[in-house]
Design a protein. Structure first.
Length: 234
């Protein structure tokens, strides 16, 4: 591997097992995968088992890659995720509705969520429904003018304290968290050809779900639909 852009590293955590997985970016081929089965429930506030697992695997992975792991994606399967649903309605005065039209109301919703839940971090921001001139759409239609529209948005949030605890563990290895992902959300995109958690996660962070507002700048060339204008607000 010439540089870190050639691979993505994932760490899966739930109360039954820990998995580390490294994926080659362009082919999404799994380079390395190892797991630890937990005999008892994983306490998300006590990370000794996680430390042991990382001790056994991080340097092994870096030797295979011939490179340091600097960033990691956390896939968390946890009851700690907190869903928040908010709607917003806007007049559009017969103008075209497009990504630029939606950027400001989406940013208003994001700010509202952050203001009211300051102890939470937004993990996923999903547009669940577009109501345009009283007609519902599951995706934003092309080349449509409208008088008004509303957006139903779901935020999947997580305690900032839990994220900080994970950051402390990974800091021992000089690794930063690139992004935390919700395992149950990723599983919604399993299909006949893509049923692996890690390759599906790779597709998701590359913008596979057109209705997800990606809040973090990505190095992938295939940015999600909303990431292209929402970078400005990140």
């Amino acid at each position: 591997m010439d540089n870190e852009l050639n691979f993505e590293t994932y760490l899966f955590i739930n109360n039954k097992k820990l998995i580390i997985c490294v994926i080659q970016n362009t082919t999404r081929k799994i380079i390395y995968k190892e797991q630890m089965i937990l005999d008892d429930s994983f306490d998300e506030l006590k990370f000794k088992r996680l430390n042991d697992f990382l001790d056994k695997n991080i340097f092994k992975v870096e030797k295979i890659l011939k490179n340091f792991i600097k960033n990691i994606f956390i896939i968390l399967d946890s009851k700690e995720f907190f869903p928040i649903e908010i709607s917003i309605r806007k007049d559009n005065n017969g103008h075209l509705i497009n990504s630029k039209t939606l950027s400001y109301p989406l940013n208003d919703l994001k700010n509202l969520c952050q203001l009211n839940y300051q102890d939470k971090k937004i993990i996923h921001m999903l547009i669940e429904n577009y109501k345009i001139d009283n007609k519902n759409y599951s995706f934003l239609p092309d080349n449509l003018n409208c008088d008004n529209f509303s957006l139903d948005v779901k935020f999947i949030c997580l305690s900032k304290n839990l994220i900080e605890d994970l950051e402390i563990v990974l800091k021992r290895y000089q690794i930063l968290i690139n992004q935390v992902l919700c395992a149950s959300y990723i599983e919604n995109f399993f299909d006949r050809d893509h049923s692996d958690l890690f390759t599906t996660a790779s597709r998701i962070i590359s913008g596979y779900n057109a209705n997800e507002v990606l809040l973090i700048n990505k190095t992938s060339k295939n940015k999600g639909f909303f990431e292209k204008f929402f970078d400005f607000f990140s």
